[in-house]
Design a protein around this ligand. Structure first.
Ligand SMILES: Nc1ncnc2c1ncn2[C@@H]1O[C@H](COP(=O)(O)OP(=O)(O)OP(=O)(O)O)[C@@H](O)[C@H]1O
Ligand SMILES: [Mg+2]
Length: 204
């Protein structure tokens, strides 16, 4: 029989309840095709479990190799991990496709919502941007990206990025200053997924 010291304390049970609720809330947001658990690259699993030296993760590789699916599942595990010994409250995660993010940051966004979004994305616990090189932001939008990334950079707040090019090739997309910060934020956290386009396999 387990001794009483094996039983969770009231605080541990309270944290476990919050963890399960947070993971369920996040899981409900995962788009249908990315809901299935998949085998993740060991470096991705290590990041999600808080065992990577690098707080951020940059998933790169060719089209259809599984970057976005890996990122959703890694983020789900990351949420779970945040409820460990150094629990500091339910983490806030924001997820954007780059195209939607660049649209939301445009200067013609009404009612100052772009400004509020910059402030919010500077502070969230994890910012996941999918397919970063999929769109070309204007110079104005690059400035807003700089504000987001610079604040996250100086406070060591993590990002998870999927992208079909390496951080070093992102100058034209995000601008030199964001590229430079991203390179440092993701040093040791760049994972190259290799293989065939899985969408072709599905159609065969
Ligand atoms: N490890 C895996 N096992 C099984 N299916 C997978 C795995 N990884 C991804 N898939 C499936 O392969 C397809 C492509 O995956 P995904 O969209 O993540 O690719 P991607 O690398 O992000 O592509 P793109 O560069 O076009 O954005 C999806 O249907 C996804 O569910
Ligand atoms: Mg993708």
């Amino acid at each position: 029989m387990p001794s009483s010291s094996d039983e969770p304390t009231a605080r541990q049970s309270w944290i476990a309840e919050r963890r399960d609720a947070a993971v369920a809330t996040f899981t409900a947001k995962i788009p249908g095709i990315y809901k299935a658990s998949i085998e993740l690259e060991p470096a991705v699993t290590a990041w999600a479990a808080g065992r990577s030296d690098c707080p951020s993760l940059f998933l790169t590789g060719p089209i259809g190799v599984g970057k976005t699916h890996s990122a959703w599942q890694a983020t789900r595990q990351w949420v779970h991990t945040q409820f460990g010994a150094d629990y500091r409250g339910t983490p806030v995660v924001e997820i954007y496709r780059s195209t939607a993010l660049f649209d939301a940051l445009r200067p013609d966004a009404h009612d100052n919502s772009g400004r509020a979004l910059v402030k919010h994305l500077q502070r969230v616990d994890l910012l996941f941007i999918d397919d970063l090189a999929a769109a070309r932001p204007s110079a104005w939008t690059q400035e807003r990206l700089f504000e987001i990334f610079d604040e996250r950079y100086i406070n060591r707040r993590p990002v998870i990025i999927t992208c079909d090019v390496l951080p070093s090739a992102l100058n034209e997309v995000v601008g030199e200053r964001v590229r430079s910060r991203l390179a440092e934020m993701c040093r040791g956290g760049v994972v190259l997924l290799q293989g065939a386009d899985r969408r072709r396999g599905a159609a065969a």
